[in-house]
Design a protein around this ligand. Structure first.
Ligand code: SF4
Length: 468
């Protein structure tokens, strides 16, 4: 059929799932999909849902791209070099399509939600069959249905506001699960492309979130990560009055041994109610990632962050007044356009005051399509690098000192894998999200264990197993 297939009136996604399933069932061998997600945890969570749909449509999975009948790249647009990597990858798989013309290549995610990126793929990467934006979870089956009916190129980069529920996910971990609670962002920070590619904030209904978390806990998941671009504005678009602190308190009623974490939270929406809920809820990890981005009011204003340094610090003081050891981490951007030496000193001053357990720092990188990309910037690359080195040195010092507080204590840790540098040891994360290494057998991975901290050295925290 037909290139005449009317792409504006495709059958429902549910019908398309069944039709593609009939098609794959009729194949001599189960077709295999190779799925790769770039970027943030939200993208990885989308990738798990996309794998879930593919499974429903009869696909198995392979990590060997050469064996795949379908390749799906779920892309990221946060940095321009992330996009360059995707284009490079697409170029490198052209030969696979030449060797196997039946291969289906699909590109989805934040990058393809931008018209110019979709146009570039259509014009220059003609071996790609399907281009979908950030609403891929609800539209993938329809696009595959179109390809199955002979459509040479299927594209849908609209941002739909519907939230597909009940979609099974093929999860990468058997004990850590991500649960998106909202999609999109209303904040328009001037350096960020997300609101343009993921649309405005939409919250999932609390009953769906609670049911999903309950089921995951029953299946044995030990860590639930609630995800959203701005989780603490959760519920503003719902008419039932449920906000983020109330959602946390509801989730806390679920029985079982598990931790809840969340990201990302915006400082302007970090209310005393939210912090009280974190402290009061037994399942909530005692850790808050609160991205400050800069310690200069002028830079914060130009970033459109909508808080001042003193408002941010007030929130930090609030939570530390209730728990002096409460763990905080942050994101920092070094070298935002025209950042002065004085602005940067402000950032170091915030770090000294808050004493973060960890910081995720980035040298500002220009993102076409954002307001900050148009701002003049007289700061040289050498100055930015030198500032970054100073920031990293200060954080190393603070982390080492902070870690010392655990020496001799026994703490609860979720064992999550083998140490990369010392494979004879296991790694785990404490409620503060601190990485701990200890001797233990692989069966412990995915369980909670009690570890006595015996050594903290250069940012490495080591302990010994006390009990499980
Ligand atoms: S809060 Fe700001 S940085 Fe975060 S996704 Fe929204 S616009 Fe981007």
């Amino acid at each position: 059929m037909p290139e005449t297939l009317d792409m504006n009136h495709l059958p429902s996604p549910e019908f398309c799932v069944q039709e593609v399933r009939r098609w794959t069932d009729a194949m001599p061998q189960q077709p295999l999909a190779y799925v790769h997600s770039f970027g943030c945890q939200l993208n990885v969570a989308d990738g798990e849902k996309l794998s879930g749909i593919l499974k429903q449509m009869g696909y198995g999975f392979t990590g060997d791209i050469a064996k795949a009948s379908l390749i799906l790249y779920n892309t990221c647009a946060v940095r321009e070099n992330a996009e360059d990597r995707v284009f490079g990858t697409l170029g490198s798989i052209k030969k696979l399509k030449r060797e196997n013309p039946a291969l289906i290549i699909c590109v989805t995610g934040c990058m393809t939600a931008q018209q110019q990126a979709a146009d570039k793929i259509r014009e220059s990467y003609r071996h790609v069959d399907i281009v979908l934006g950030t609403s891929a979870v609800s539209r993938l089956a329809q696009m595959l249905y179109a390809v199955m009916h002979g459509k040479k190129y299927a594209q849908d980069i609209e941002i739909y506001t519907d939230i597909p529920e009940g979609q099974e996910a093929v999860r990468e971990s058997s004990f850590k699960a991500s649960v998106p609670i909202m999609f999109g962002c209303n904040n328009f920070c001037t350096y960020c492309i997300v609101p343009y590619v993921r649309g405005r904030e939409r919250s999932r209904r609390p009953e769906h979130i609670i049911a999903e978390v309950r089921e995951l806990v029953q299946q044995g998941y030990r860590e639930i990560m609630l995800l959203g671009q701005n989780v603490n504005s959760y519920g503003r678009d719902l008419e039932n009055g449920m906000d983020f602190p109330a959602l946390l308190r509801e989730l806390d009623k679920i029985e079982g041994e598990f931790w809840i974490r969340f990201m990302s939270s915006h400082p302007k929406d970090a209310t005393p109610e939210m912090m009280d809920a974190i402290l009061a809820c037994r399942h909530l990890a005692k850790h808050l990632h609160l991205p400050v981005q800069s310690g200069s009011d002028d830079i914060l204003r130009r970033m459109n962050r909508r808080y001042t340094v003193s408002q941010y610090l007030e929130k930090v003081r609030y939570i530390r007044s209730r728990d002096p050891e409460f763990s905080l981490t942050t994101d920092l951007i070094v070298g935002f356009p025209d950042e002065t030496a004085e602005d940067f000193e402000g950032t170091l001053a915030v770090m000294r005051e808050v004493r973060y357990d960890n910081v995720y720092s980035f040298i500002y990188s220009k993102r076409t399509g954002t307001k900050a990309a148009e701002m003049p910037d007289a700061t040289t690359d050498a100055e930015k690098s030198e500032r970054m080195q100073r920031l990293l040195a200060l954080q190393r010092e603070i982390s080492v000192e902070n870690n010392r507080r655990f020496l001799g204590r026994t703490i609860r840790v979720l064992a999550d894998g083998q140490s990369r540098k010392r494979p004879e040891l296991l790694t785990g994360r404490s409620t503060e999200n601190m990485l701990v290494e200890f001797a233990g057998t692989p069966e412990l991975i995915g369980t909670f264990v009690n570890i006595r901290i015996t050594e903290t050295h250069n940012g490495l925290v080591t302990g010994e197993l006390v009990s499980v």
